[in-house]
Design a protein around this ligand. Structure first.
Ligand SMILES: Nc1ncnc2c1ncn2[C@@H]1O[C@H](COP(=O)(O)OP(=O)(O)OP(=O)(O)O)[C@@H](O)[C@H]1O
Length: 698
């Protein structure tokens, strides 16, 4: 096993947590999730560091338009502050206290915890909203957790967010695109609604720069005469105090494979350390599945060492029931090992977790506006992330964090904060969102960190080519407004609207629903042959999109059977979600005055509608290529069909794709064969100036 070193000691002690399980502060996993009495929870609340700051927080929120709260992970910011506000009357008169999170999983789990603490049913006084899932009760819900993306969407109907009295933007250090847009818009809203209060909270935020951003000097002068207006100079509150100690260990020497080091560390913890679950941070589904397999194999090889481990993967797109397993009490005599992407990095409390293993890496988005390719790349995390990861231990008892890198690396090389997502992403979705909120001068928008102008220009270009923006860069009517209203990627939205013209809305909304899932197939590690055979049963010569229609049809004909899914290597929960999203899209189309029409077996109509959304992602097979190399029409980038596509090795001459993933090469996912004439039919403006010589690549 890799050797760890704990700063300030000579060698890591083998056991730092002794038999304190009987102590008052320990909460057994089973006790906290069910049947816990209200008063016990109340006592737990009162022990959190944030509790001592209750009066100070309420005072600052009362008197300042913006309050920035910095407090250690686990100090109680997310779960307690909304409750303090409610108790102080901020939810009276039908007003709502909102708390945003960058991730859906955090929204769901934190709202469940707060409902439990308040002794109410989730969806009543305490509720949550994530995309395609609204668990609130209008008129009853007082505290609402939601993703920052959903709050942005709400602005389309209610630009000043009038139903909210306080908006808490939690985990603001993450600087997701939606958080940044939200911060910029909230600053604008404050000018129109002085009674609105903002709280910006995080364990690792640079409070000073956030305060500068919200300090509206012009407004302060204007309001000086008005005694009742809140102070527009943001208040900064630092919540001192931690939950439980988390001892940090570093590797003595750098490791060559973080995956192997993570597996070794888990096995060693299981061998040497007292009870307590383990949370491991890896980067993506691939290495997580590999780690699960390696640990389980090891458990079979050395029964005495690793039996008793319950190893569970955690990544976005996991079904609700698989998610529930993560939060469920650990069975007696078992040690749970949750192997996760960074979705478990913030706001989550997995109450059995004592040990955290941090690989030091995550998958991050990097966009190149010149090539227009957005890659998900495995890259080193920042110190802020490392602290968040360590903070997943020590929440209900003391913990340990094993960092799979050296202390020197942490101190000297790790960057303090991640680059804001805004500065390394494709901005098509963000631009349309701002446009739909009436922000015309996007380049002049007050961003917490300005995005690169090239990315902005590229986004404007794409939206113009989709017919979403006109020559004055305003949303077109109705297309632009309708595309903005559909809560999906603008290319998918345009495809849906075009289906009305091609009379295939019935089929297209199914395809749109599938494309908005990460994957509808289950992972086929170790059973590749069976998996490929299962896939062949649905495969359509036209490509993945039509294949999805076959899968959907089969699922419905099976009576939405989970058994049927299991037999066919299809993710049952993803399919249930597809049914749900399809239903919501059908309602949306009705609202636009469009009825559902089927093209029956005429897949040409269907494919033309898809091309109308994705014409910019067209590629041509290189004539000389022996290895299935394509070139994109827009930038002559070399790309290949992903092995998961039904067109892998089929290699039609012309294709369009839904997205690119890059590992050793750029791979196209969700690929469909097309006739190049359709490109010009769909987007003459786009292809005119480089009118393709349709018999040869250009
Ligand atoms: N589901 C849960 N089960 C048990 N205890 C919980 C749960 N959720 C929260 N807690 C307790 O409440 C504490 C505070 O959690 P909270 O999420 O409010 O902290 P936070 O300051 O927002 O942390 P972070 O910055 O990590 O999100 C946790 O440390 C833990 O002790």
């Amino acid at each position: 096993m890799s050797k760890f070193w704990k700063p300030g000691t000579e060698r890591p002690r083998s056991s730092l947590i002794d038999d304190e399980e009987g102590g008052v502060l320990f909460v057994s996993a089973s006790a906290s999730s069910s049947g816990f009495g209200y008063s016990t929870l109340e006592r737990q609340r009162q022990r959190l560091p944030v509790f001592k700051y209750r009066t100070a927080i309420l005072y600052l929120v009362e008197n300042h338009a913006t309050t920035i709260i910095v407090g250690e992970t686990g100090s109680g910011k997310t779960t307690q502050i909304p409750q303090f506000l409610k108790e102080a009357g901020w939810a009276e008169g039908g007003r709502i206290i909102a708390c945003t999170q960058p991730r859906r999983l955090a929204v769901q789990s934190v709202s469940a915890r707060v409902a439990e603490e308040m002794g109410v049913k989730l969806g009543e006084e305490v509720g949550y909203t994530i995309r395609f899932e609204d668990v609130t009760n209008p008129g009853v819900t007082m505290i609402k957790f939601l993703t920052d993306g959903v709050l942005l969407r709400e602005m389309m109907d209610d630009p000043l967010l009038t139903k909210y009295s306080v908006i808490m933007v939690d985990e603001a250090h993450e600087r997701s695109i939606s958080t940044d847009i939200l911060l910029g818009l909230l600053k604008k809203i404050q000018r129109r609604r002085p009674e609105l209060r903002l709280i910006i909270s995080s364990a690792t935020i640079e409070a000073r720069s956030m305060s500068n951003f919200f300090h509206d000097r012009k407004r302060n002068q204007g309001d000086a005469a008005n005694d009742s207006a809140p102070n527009t100079v943001p208040a900064i509150l630092s919540v001192e105090g931690k939950g439980f100690t988390v001892e940090i260990y570093y590797l003595e020497e750098p490791c060559s494979s973080y995956l192997q080091a993570a597996v070794d560390t888990v096995l060693s913890i299981h061998d040497k350390e007292p009870v307590g679950d383990i949370l491991v941070f890896l980067t993506g589904q691939d290495d997580i599945d590999a780690a699960v397999q390696l640990i389980n194999e090891n458990a079979q090889d050395h029964r005495s060492h690793s039996s008793g481990l319950l190893v569970l993967p955690l990544y976005s797109g996991l079904s609700r029931s698989d998610q529930d397993l993560i939060f469920a009490p650990t069975p007696k005599g078992k040690r749970k090992v949750v192997i996760s992407t960074n979705i478990a990095e913030t706001s989550l409390t997995l109450d059995g977790v004592v040990y955290v293993v941090d690989s030091g890496f995550s998958k991050q988005r990097f966009y190149n506006p010149i090539t227009d390719i957005e890659n998900l790349v495995v890259a080193p995390i920042s110190k802020a992330s490392a602290r968040q990861r360590a903070g997943r231990a020590g929440r209900v008892r003391p913990g340990k964090c094993f960092r799979l890198y050296t202390e020197e690396y942490f101190m000297k090389e790790m960057s303090a904060e991640a680059i804001p997502e805004m500065q390394r992403s494709n901005l098509v979705g963000s631009v349309i969102q701002l446009k739909s909120l009436g922000i015309d001068n996007i380049l002049g928008f007050d961003w917490p960190a300005s995005p690169p102008p090239e990315s902005m220009v590229r986004a404007l270009e794409v939206l113009y080519s989709l017919g979403v923006l006109d020559e004055d860069a305003k949303l077109t009517s109705p297309t632009g407004f309708q595309v903005a209203e559909i809560p999906l990627d603008p290319m998918i939205s345009k495809m849906i609207l075009s289906a009305n013209t091609y009379e295939c809305t019935e089929e297209i909304i199914i395809i749109a629903a599938v494309l908005s899932m990460q994957s509808i197939w289950v992972s086929a590690r170790g059973v590749q042959k069976e998996f490929d055979e299962a896939k062949l049963r649905f495969a359509a010569a036209e490509g993945d999109h039509v294949t999805y229609l076959n899968v959907y049809k089969g699922f419905i004909q099976s009576g939405k059977s989970s058994q049927w899914c299991y037999k066919n290597y299809i993710n049952y929960h993803a399919m249930k979600k597809v049914v749900d999203i399809r239903e919501q899209l059908s309602k949306l189309l009705k609202r636009f005055g469009m009825s559902l029409k089927s093209c029956e077996r005429d897949t040409q109509k269907l494919r033309k509608a898809i091309v109308a959304g994705f014409f910019a992602n067209s590629c041509h097979l290189e004539a000389y290529s022996q290895n299935g190399m394509y070139k994109t029409i827009r930038h002559s980038q070399e790309v290949f069909i992903h092995p998961s596509s039904v067109l892998f090795r089929v290699n039609p001459k012309w294709v369009i794709y839904h997205s690119l993933v890059s590992t050793d090469k750029h791979y196209m996912r969700n690929v469909m064969a097309i006739d190049p004439d359709w490109l010009i039919e769909a987007a003459p403006h786009f292809y005119q100036h480089k009118r393709p010589n349709l018999s040869a690549p250009f």
